[in-house]
Design a protein around this ligand. Sequence first.
Ligand code: PRX
Length: 629
Amino acid sequence: MSGKKLTGEVYYPDKEILDRAYAKCESIYKSAEEDPLAFWENEANNLHWFKKWDKVLDDSKKPFYKWFVNGKTNIAYNCLDVHIQTPRRNKLALIWEGEDGEFRSYSYFKLHRETCRFANVLKSLGVKKGDRVTLYMGRIPELMIGMLACARIGAIHSVVYGGFSVESLHERLEDSKSKVLIVADGAKQRGKIVELKKIADEALQRAATVESVLVVKRTGHQINMESGRDMWYHELVNLPIANSSECLEIVDAEEPLYLLYTSGTTGKPKAIVHTHGGYMVGVYSTLKYVFDIHEEDRYWCAADPGWVTGHSYIVYGPLLNGATSFMYEGAPTYPYPHRWWQMIEKYGINILYTAPTAIRGLMRYGDAWPNRYNLSSLRLLGSVGEPINPEAWRWYYRVIGKEKTPIMDTWWQTETGMFMITPLPCTPLKPGSGTKPFPGLKMDIVDEKGMPAEDNEEGYLVIKSPWPAMLRTIWNDPERYIQQYWSRFPRMYLTGDSARRDEDGYYWVIGRVDDVIKVSGYRLGTAEIESALVSHPAVAEAAAIGLPHSVKGHAIHCYVLLKTGYEKSDKLIEELRQHVGHEVGPIAKPEGIEIVDSLPKTRSGKIMRRVLKAKALGQDPGNISTLED
Ligand code: PRX
């Protein structure tokens, strides 16, 4: 970083943070920029490869990039086996607290053993390398173990967030053609049971490829077990087959590791494909440098494993770094808004990584709740998922971090797999800015023509060079991969976000430029919500938009045109809200639904959501010359 004085509100790290940090700002940016491939190659050399790569990057078939070409490895081996050959064997890998106060802990040794047993159970169900396995559970250790077990045998996991419901699960099972579904009987949330198995039963009626359902007991409530299809995990794992000799599939660096569905501009959610090799190198090194994970740290990423943040920075990143992670099952405010702060004190958490929506949600309850606890173990804080508003940033910094913990505001996406714009502990911070691209990454902000934008000019956020943890394609749809990400501007990856860069080179992400709505940090497509509404017998047409919300960031508002014969009523509106909740998931329930007589459309019949949004916000709708009516 240059010695030039920075503009605006700036927070400088103190000496203790600087001295301790692995990444030194004076050198890391410069060396990574000079030779990015050498930078990544160096990082890869810290991990275990059964056979080293012939070439770091193959860009001969752009945009289908390959990393660590012909390298042979396995990410789960690097997460577990590598550590059990060292004194880390007895170190805690995972500390878990259930919402009801239940406690479990796993050393690296134990996590390895449980993963092997889980992998053997999967093998006994006929799961082989390349098969897809869907996991649908709450935040419990078995989710992590199940993911690692898949990775270990070369199966491709597809985790469906426990907050999704019937249709979302069904679509994902069907699109991935999953052979096995691993589901928990239920999840504990806010003192209630989320009936995961019941939702799965309904989704399975419409999903043809699933041969076996492995049920993990969490809540113990009464569920339906279909004979010949459903099996209890705890029964299979206690059979001798589970203890069979080590099972490990050595895979090519480019072998798919997982699919993760995410919402895009149009149509159904699509599955992003991540691989064993490049992804492993990307998440390992970004977590190490950004959250500065040291041997003695206790790290807590409070996201859901069903989200990319959980994949990269609850499961894979921390384990690759040999860290001790904490996982909490339930809601932040259950039974009272002190829960998180109490656990930080109780477990001596050093690093907390969460989302602006959670910070705003907790900030509402005032300073007294966190002030009752000793939070002095905290050394670094993190934020992800949406732009953090400066007020929430300052509260987090002052009340939680006691003005001594830098905040790592990390910008990235399901597609990028790893942090892309992020401070390092040595970076001077500005509230609301993710600061700069991670060392070695080429990013930019461009105008409509793809030309670099001026300082402070809003434009499209793009990535101009490949990075190791990048998505490789969209599952079963390489055309859409090219179309969606690489077609708007030649040789640039389109993020779908708008941003500006200030005179100090700091990036300020503004938000999505497409039809994606971020609700409490979760990414939802207008198309998904609209198609759920239209699947209700009363609805002829629907439009969904996101409007600003003080806690959720954005909330969903819908406009609905009824079929003839249906009358507008509060009861029907509530029924429609519940219907979306049932089909897509509780997070997708619209905040408001308005029944209208017509929707603004272009002459070619496209709904102009922009006009609806402007109207709802009392703003000028801009150019409406293409409006049909
Ligand atoms: O709009 C950006 C926003 O979240 C989008 C990616 O969403 P998803 O794939 O669900 O991944 C979220 C977790 C990595 C981005 O296109 N976003 C994510 N992090 C930030 C952010 N916006 C501003 N600041 C962030 N730190």
